[in-house]
Design a protein around this ligand. Structure first.
Ligand SMILES: Nc1ncnc2c1ncn2[C@@H]1O[C@H](COP(=O)(O)OP(=O)(O)OP(=O)(O)O)[C@@H](O)[C@H]1O
Ligand SMILES: Cc1cn([C@H]2C[C@H](O)[C@@H](COP(=O)(O)O)O2)c(=O)[nH]c1=O
Length: 662
């Protein structure tokens, strides 16, 4: 992604400003309309219901009319659509304090959001026609920054205007006028845009969910991510939904409301940035669930605190946790799915996030209103408890449950105590679980593309280890067993035509199951060091990334085939396919003769797998000289070798470990 490059395109810069202003107006209108609804009522319950009704009126159009608005916007001039919508939005917002009636407020809220659908569809189309295809992804990400980055700005602006209004024009009228003015400034900016006729695309929420469910929904990873995304949405939307009511009970008024709103979004933004960068040595999957569990714990004091300043800080912390979980989740999707499925998985997660946000935002104030205000007494101690406290506590519980469920679903280090795993990541010394007594050996896999040098290096390592007193078994996939040799012949013979990709995957997995059962496990049980030339990662890279089958499904099939046996160390010999394939003089077999693009995907796949679990891999540049590669491998293997002389024997004989240096 080349974001600064996109900004060099002048029309895009202008559009980005318009997108930011429109986003600012959108968020300001949420704040100002809910605040105005609250000011038009005079009881806790009626106020909460009014706030809930405004939020529902504002959120309904996107669910009901999203794709329809897109289809209509397709027929209209983009620039004029945006200009007219901005003018109408400004007029509607300003009409609210003038008409000064709750019914009109609801209608105006609905209409503003309905019109905004057209603005967004037209804006997205202009964006598509403004930047070249290669910059489109970067430009879309910047558009998202404009849409969501304007939220904290809106919160702070709203708080500032509310403070000024206290002196000039008490009540939220002034904030509505400022919102109207922002839409007018957006109108002026939009006016200077060039008219573009690029196709409008507004994916429907339901369509995105069904599509995601069909293609990627079955894997535990995606199920865990979806549950967690719902949890993060519940945490943030519950606070945002009741913020106006909460601010009032803490005497913060509209300014306090704006500050809580801004705090949640500042935290969210920071979390989105930091999430993928946190604890690099720790399992990303475990981190996702864990972050959510911690976020749910922050929501408890958010629910119970009776101090406005503490509420600001806690809200920011809550946003940080939710943002870190979501950011980490998206990084997982980027790392674990190939391109086509990645878009589906991201769309699915985003749609689920929006649906849960919309639902919770609308329901939270209604539930708070239904619970009402109560005073709790225990002896002499009194505590004012109201619907907001109740709603936030329920939200904390739901977030906790989602965190626990996604942790369980996504855990990729089952059996490894979390505390040891965490301290390993914090100290930079990854925790390696003790090998069960009956499997005292060490399992090393060599992986990489064609001609990377796996066979050569596996042989050299075995010689070196044997010279140093270890019992070593070298083996390979496919073809290390009698059955395996037959499978290898079927798999690699160019005469084998029409083999389906799934059948191919299963044949490799069958070879592996036989190999592990009859060669690898018995050798490990004897205490040998087993060195295999290829293992599960070859299937993930060749059949997953190369053949474009779902990586997670292949992982599940293969883990089942080998009863979960993982190498202690995987050496990835990373070689550009153009170099590796040229190292052979023999005719290419069925897989080697696949096109270059296939081998490029395989090579990228190997790297992605290794980068996702750096503690288990050694990545070596296989274009180096053989001797240098051997040196790097020996250095790494030294660090994972078992002591060849048991401690008890050492006590008696004072023998030093056999290997001293490379
Ligand atoms: N670092 C290196 N530099 C140059 N040539 C090398 C290097 N390593 C191995 N070779 C040569 O490349 C060829 C392929 O090596 P090798 O059979 O070890 O690769 P491989 O990864 O096992 O291949 P395959 O894809 O068949 O499994 C051999 O002729 C070998 O001598
Ligand atoms: C284990 C495994 C292998 N392959 C492919 C990779 C190679 O092209 C051949 C094996 O040949 P080699 O000379 O022994 O390296 O099979 C695969 O596609 N999937 C697998 O799981």
């Amino acid at each position: 992604m080349n974001n600064p490059g996109v900004f060099r395109i002048k029309p895009f810069r202008r559009l980005w400003i318009a997108l930011s202003l429109s986003g600012l107006g959108d968020w300001l209108s949420v704040l100002a309309l809910t605040a105005f609804a609250w000011s038009l009522t005079d009881g806790y319950t009626s106020g909460a219901y009014a706030v809930g009704a405004v939020l529902i009126a504002k959120l309904l159009p996107v669910v009901l009319f999203g794709p329809l608005a897109g289809a209509i916007a397709e027929q209209l001039d983009r620039r004029w659509t945006m200009v007219v919508v901005d003018a109408l939005r400004a007029g509607l917002i300003v009409s609210v304090p003038i008409v000064d009636r709750l019914e009109w407020l609801f209608i105006a809220a609905f209409l503003v959001e309905f019109l905004t659908l057209f603005w967004r569809a037209a804006g997205d189309s202009v964006l598509g026609g403004t930047v070249p295809q290669k910059n489109l992804e970067g430009a879309r990400r910047l558009a998202l920054v404009a849409a969501y980055g304007s939220a904290p700005v809106a919160g702070l602006l709203f708080a500032g205007v509310a403070l000024i209004a206290k002196a000039v024009l008490p009540g939220p009228d002034l904030t509505l006028y400022v919102t109207g003015a922002v839409f007018l400034v957006s109108l002026v900016t939009v006016f200077s845009l060039k008219g573009v006729r690029h196709p409008v695309s507004v994916p429907s929420l339901v369509g995105q969910v069904l599509d995601g469910w069909k293609y990627v929904g079955g894997t535990p990873l995606v199920r865990g991510l979806v549950v967690g995304t719902i949890g993060a949405s519940i945490a943030c939307a519950s606070v945002l939904g009741v913020a106006r009511i909460y601010a009032d009970s803490l005497h913060g008024g509209d300014a306090g409301y704006g500050m809580v709103f801004a705090a949640v979004f500042v935290g969210l933004g920071l979390g989105l940035f930091l999430g993928p960068r946190m604890l690099p040595g720790f399992s990303r999957r475990r981190l996702f669930g864990l972050t959510l569990i911690l976020t749910s714990l922050v929501l408890v004091p958010v629910a119970l605190v009776h101090d406005l300043v503490a509420l600001f800080f806690l809200s920011a912390l809550l946003g940080l946790g939710a943002g870190a979980a979501v950011g980490g989740g998206h990084a997982l999707v980027d790392g674990e799915f190939r391109e086509e499925l990645r878009d589906r998985a991201s769309g699915y997660l985003q749609a689920m996030a929006r649906i849960s946000l919309i639902t919770v935002l609308g329901l939270a104030p209604l539930a708070a209103g239904a619970i009402g205000e109560h005073a709790l007494r225990v002896g002499d101690l009194g505590y004012r408890a109201d619907g907001v406290n109740g709603v936030l506590l329920v939200a904390a519980l739901l977030t906790l449950i989602t965190g626990l469920v996604s942790y369980r679903l996504m855990d990729d280090r089952r059996g490894i105590p979390l505390r040891r795993d965490l301290s390993g990541a914090l100290t930079g010394v990854p925790y390696v679980p003790p090998v069960p007594k009956k499997e005292r050996g060490l399992f090393i896999a060599f992986e990489g593309g064609e001609g990377a040098g796996k066979t050569t290096q596996a042989r050299l390592l075995a010689i070196w280890l044997r010279d140093n007193g270890f019992d070593v078994v070298t083996t390979r996939e496919p073809g290390a067993t009698k059955v395996g040799m037959r499978l290898r012949a079927i798999l690699l013979d160019r005469e084998t035509t029409g083999l389906s990709f799934r059948a191919e995957s299963l044949l490799y997995a069958a070879d592996r199951a036989q190999h592990v059962d009859t060669v690898v496990l018995p050798a490990l049980g004897r205490g040998s060091i087993v060195i295999t030339d290829r293992y599960i990662d070859s299937s993930l890279a060749y059949q997953g990334f190369g053949r474009e089958l779902p990586v997670e499904e292949l992982r599940a099939v293969n883990e089942w085939a080998v009863s979960g046996l993982q190498p202690d160390l995987t050496v990835l010999l990373d070689v550009p396919p153009s170099l590796g394939l040229n190292r052979f003089s023999t005719p290419a077999d069925r897989i080697e003769s696949e096109p270059t693009a296939f081998h490029e995907r395989v090579s990228r796949g190997f790297r992605a797998l290794a980068e996702a679990e750096p503690h288990r891999y050694l990545i070596v540049d296989a274009s180096l000289a053989q001797s240098e590669i051997t040196r790097q491998i020996q250095e790494k293997v030294l660090g994972v070798l078992p002591d060849p002389v048991p401690a008890s024997t050492e006590d008696i004989t004072s023998t030093f470990p056999v290997i001293t240096d490379a």
